[in-house]
Design a protein around this ligand. Structure first.
Ligand code: B1M
Length: 218
């Protein structure tokens, strides 16, 4: 579809305002929010990722494209969230220590909110200690960690280990994800759930919270 490829192209050029307008126009013309996300925004970001990998573009271009992606996501956010029901429980989410990538994490947050989950967003560069303290303070059931770098993935293991040290391992479900993360990695660090994308992360979180009567820590 023409609008979707225009969204992808303008995202790659970093034209945040144009992306915003095109996303709104796509919604107005009846294209589903999920389709706009997948075939417009994410498809543009994929191309950026490949060019970055091949050294065809550099960090500044990627940052500008990322800003355009965020602008587009902002327009989609209320639409993706509107199917949600009242709060079904709480999740603490963040990108792990040393890692500043937040687009995927924001997408996971958005999808979870769309399922009526209350999400406490700790942002990026979040230490294991902060994840746990925030989960305790907010009465969250789930700690959700995102990592985009192979060098920062080990921070996820620290979350699991620190929970064990504090005698809190059974009080929280630890969910992990991000481009370099795999099911095998999840098993190796003893986290509870790995999901490859934002939609399935929201599905899994929703199932876990539905299985609990309340959202206080045992
Ligand atoms: Co960075 N970067 N980056 N970068 N960057 C990658 C990740 C990289 C793969 C690019 C490459 O070389 N091909 C590479 C990592 C290599 C590696 O570790 N193996 C890389 C690098 C090297 C770096 C720097 C070191 C570059 C440098 O400075 N020389 C640097 C590190 C900074 C730091 O974090 N300390 C850096 C910086 C940046 C920018 C700041 C410029 C920018 C981030 C802007 C921002 O996030 N606000 C950036 C970007 C944008 C990327 C790429 C191009 C795109 C990432 C993205 O947003 N994708 C990325 C290349 C790529 O991934 N192809 C790359 C779209 C997003 C929707 O996908 O985050 O994967 P993603 O989320 C997915 C799933 O993974 C999943 O759901 C989402 C989809 O539904 N998911 C979860 C994510 N979190 C989840 C959590 C869950 C479940 C699912 O449960 C809790």
């Amino acid at each position: 579809m023409e609008t979707l490829s225009a969204i992808s192209e303008n995202l790659q050029k970093g034209k945040a305002n144009v992306v915003k307008e095109l996303v709104q126009a796509a919604l107005d013309s009846g294209i589903a929010a999920e389709t706009i996300l997948e075939e417009g925004l994410l498809s543009g970001m994929d191309i950026i990722g490949t060019k970055f990998k091949n050294n065809e573009i550099y960090v500044p271009e990627v940052m500008i494209a990322a800003r355009a992606m965020t602008a587009g996501m902002e327009v989609l956010k209320p639409v993706l969230a509107e199917t949600g029901v009242k709060s079904r429980g709480k999740v603490v989410i963040g990108t792990v220590k040393g890692d500043l990538h937040d687009i995927g994490k924001n997408l996971v947050k958005m999808m979870m909110e769309g399922k009526g989950i209350e999400v406490i967003d700790l942002g990026t560069d979040v230490s294991a200690e902060r994840f746990i303290n925030a989960a305790l303070e907010n009465g969250a059931r789930i700690i959700a960690c995102s990592a985009l770098l192979t060098t920062t993935m080990p921070e996820m293991r620290k979350v699991v280990e620190l929970l064990k040290e504090k005698g809190l391992r059974d009080s929280f479900t630890v969910m992990i994800g991000g481009a370099p993360v795999t099911e095998g990695y999840r098993q190796s660090i003893g986290a509870d759930i790995y999901t490859p994308d934002a939609g399935s992360a929201a599905e899994e979180a929703s199932k876990i919270l539905a299985g609990h009567g309340d959202d206080s820590v045992d």
